[in-house]
Design a binder for this molecule. Structure first.
Ligand SMILES: Cc1cc2nc3c(=O)[nH]c(=O)nc-3n(C[C@H](O)[C@H](O)[C@H](O)COP(=O)(O)OP(=O)(O)OC[C@H]3O[C@@H](n4cnc5c(N)ncnc54)[C@H](O)[C@@H]3O)c2cc1C
Length: 458
C-alpha cells in the first residue's frame, strides 16, 4: 500500500492547484483521477485541426483573476469576448424581437437600460428577501416596483429567466434569491483560441497524476486517510477531495464517517445543474460581422435565445448556444440530430434560408457524465452564499474538500476551483502561501515515480 503526505482526489483545476502547491512545498502528493485525462470540467476537443472547449471557455473578468495571471504566465493566447456572463450590452449584440425582426439600435438600448434599472433595484430586494425566497420571488418583486406595462415587463422577465439558466443552468424558481449574488464580472471576459486545457496541462506538469483510478471510499481516522480505488488502496496523512457536488452526493462515493456539520448541511443545499453546450460550425456566415452575440426575445426564444459568434476564435463560421436549465433537462434524451434541428429552426426563423446545414456539431452531455453529473453546482432555495465555504470546512484536521462549489466569490468557475485548491493547500501546510507559486518557477521536486503514474507534460 502506497503512503503519501497528501492524496488529492480529482485532477480538475481545484485538485491540480492543491497538488501543485503542496508538491512545490516539498510534500509527497498523489492525484487520483477517475478519467483517462486530467482537467475535469476543463476539456478541449481537438479534431481536424479545430479546437473546441466543451467545458469551461471563459474567464469571466480578468481583473485580479488568478486564472488570467496563470494563463499569462503559461503563455496562453487570450481573445477578448465580453458577453459570456449574459451581459445585455457590454459589446455589440444583435437583438431580435418576439416577431423575429431585428430591433433598432434605440430599441435595443432601451431594453438594455431596463435591465440595468431592474438590476439596480434588485440588489436591495435580494438583501431584504426571506431565507426561503427564490430568484423568481425577488425578480418579480423588483419588476412590480418598476410600474412598467406588461410587454416591457415580460421582455425583462424573460431576460432574467434566461440569465439564471445560462449563468447557473437552473430554472429561476429553483435558484435561491442569493443565487446570483456573487456573479460579478471585473474587467474584460476572455476565451482561449488554443484551448483552456493548456492551463490544466501546465498545472499537471510534473505531478504524480494516476489516471483511471476511480475512488469509491474515503475513510478518515485521527492519524490520516485511507482511500479506496478500483486499482487499490492508498493511505496518506491528509486528503483533498475535489470531486463535483453531484459525485459527493452519490452513493458511488462514500465518506466515512459521514460528513459532519456544517459540511453535510451545506452539501445538501447545493445541486448540480443542467447546462450543455451546442457548437455549430457552418459552411458560410449568415450573421453580421462584428456582432458578439445574437439574442431573440419572446416565447419562440424559450429554449434557444442566444448564440455566440466564435468565428474570430476558430477561423470558421461557428456559433455556440446553450441548452440550459429546463431546455437541458427536456432535451437530455434527444438525439443530436433532433436537438440540432430544433436549434436550426429558430435560427431560420431569424435568418431564413441563409442558414445552411452545419458542417460539424458538438453537443455535450455533462449531465450524463458519471464523474461530473452536471456542469456546476447552484444554490437551491433555502441555501445561503455561506454554504460554499461551509462545505470546505476542514474535517477532523485530515479531510479537506475543495472544488468550484466550495468557493463563495464567483462559485461555479475555474477561478473558484483554483481559489479552493489554494485554500486547501494553505490549510494543510498550516500557513498562508502565495497563489503565484502555481505559475512562477515552474519546476517541481518530483518524487517517487511508481508504475501506473502518468507524468503530465504540456
Ligand atoms: C459546459 C461547461 C461550461 C463552463 N463554462 C465555464 C466558463 O466559461 N468559465 C468558467 O470559469 N467556468 C466554466 N465552467 C465551470 C468550470 O469548468 C468548473 O467550475 C471547474 O472546471 C471545476 O473544477 P473542479 O476542479 O472544481 O472540478 P472538476 O474539474 O470536475 O474536477 C474534479 C475531478 O474529479 C474527478 N472525479 C470525479 N469523480 C471521481 C472519482 N470517483 N474518483 C476519482 N476522480 C473523480 C473528475 O473526473 C474531475 O477530473 C463550465 C463548466 C461546464 C461543464
Amino acid at each position: 500500500m502506497d503512503h503519501f503526505d497528501t492524496i488529492v482526489v480529482g485532477a480538475g483545476v481545484a485538485g491540480l492547484t492543491a497538488a501543485r502547491l503542496l508538491a512545490k512545498a516539498g510534500r509527497r502528493v498523489v492525484v487520483l483521477e477517475a478519467r483517462d485525462r486530467a482537467g475535469g470540467r476543463v476539456y478541449t476537443e481537438r479534431t481536424d485541426g479545430l479546437v473546441t472547449d466543451l467545458g469551461a471557455s471563459w474567464i469571466h473578468g480578468i481583473t485580479d483573476s488568478p486564472v488570467a495571471s496563470a494563463a499569462e504566465a503559461f503563455g496562453m493566447r487570450m481573445v477578448e469576448f465580453t458577453v459570456g456572463g449574459y451581459q445585455p450590452d457590454s459589446r455589440p449584440i444583435a437583438y431580435y424581437g418576439p416577431d423575429g425582426k431585428r430591433l433598432s439600435d434605440s430599441a435595443a438600448r432601451r431594453f438594455a437600460d431596463d435591465i440595468h434599472t431592474l438590476d439596480a433595484t434588485l440588489l436591495d430586494v435580494v438583501a431584504e428577501s426571506a431565507p426561503d425566497a427564490s430568484y423568481r420571488d425577488v425578480t418579480e418583486a423588483a419588476l412590480a416596483a418598476q410600474g412598467w406595462d406588461e410587454e416591457r415587463t415580460q421582455r425583462v422577465r424573460e431576460y432574467l429567466e434566461h440569465r439564471s439558466e445560462e449563468q447557473y443552468g437552473a430554472w429561476i424558481e429553483d435558484l435561491a434569491a442569493h443565487g446570483l449574488d456573487d456573479d460579478s464580472i471585473e474587467g474584460d471576459e476572455v476565451v482561449f483560441p488554443d484551448g483552456y486545457d493548456v492551463l490544466t496541462a501546465q498545472l499537471a506538469a510534473g505531478l504524480e497524476v494516476r489516471v483511471q483510478h476511480v475512488v469509491s471510499r474515503v475513510r478518515r481516522a485521527a492519524d490520516g486517510v485511507t482511500v479506496t480505488t478500483d486499482r487499490g488502496i492508498f493511505t496518506a496523512d491528509t486528503a483533498v477531495v475535489t470531486v463535483p457536488v453531484g459525485v459527493l452526493q452519490s452513493e458511488d462515493f462514500v465518506i466515512e464517517p459521514p460528513l459532519p456539520e456544517p459540511n453535510a448541511g451545506a452539501l445538501s443545499r447545493l445541486r448540480m445543474n443542467a447546462f450543455e453546450k451546442v457548437v455549430l460550425r457552418f459552411p458560410t456566415k449568415f450573421w453580421d460581422d462584428g456582432v458578439y452575440a445574437i439574442r431573440q426575445q419572446g416565447s419562440e426564444g424559450r429554449w434557444w435565445h442566444s448564440w455566440y459568434d466564435l468565428t474570430p476564435l476558430h477561423g470558421t463560421p461557428t456559433l455556440l448556444t446553450f441548452a440550459a436549465g429546463p431546455a437541458a433537462v427536456e432535451t437530455r434524451d434527444w438525439s443530436e440530430e433532433r436537438l440540432v434541428d430544433s436549434v436550426l429552426s429558430q435560427l431560420r426563423r431569424l435568418f431564413g434560408s441563409a442558414v445552411a446545414e452545419p458542417t460539424r456539431v458538438h453537443v455535450t452531455d455533462w449531465q450524463g457524465d458519471p464523474f461530473a453529473r452536471g456542469s456546476y453546482a447552484y444554490m437551491t432555495v433555502g441555501s445561503t452564499t455561506m454554504d460554499h465555504d461551509a462545505l470546505a470546512a476542514p474535517v477532523d484536521g485530515v479531510l479537506h474538500i475543495a472544488g468550484e462549489a466550495t468557493w463563495t466569490d464567483d462559485p461555479a468557475t475555474v477561478a473558484a476551483a483554483m481559489g479552493s485548491g489554494h485554500r486547501a493547500a494553505s490549510s494543510i501546510l498550516g500557513r498562508p502561501i502565495a497563489i503565484d507559486d502555481l505559475w512562477v518557477d515552474g519546476t517541481l521536486p518530483v518524487k517517487g515515480v511508481a508504475h501506473g503514474i502518468r507524468q503530465f507534460s504540456p
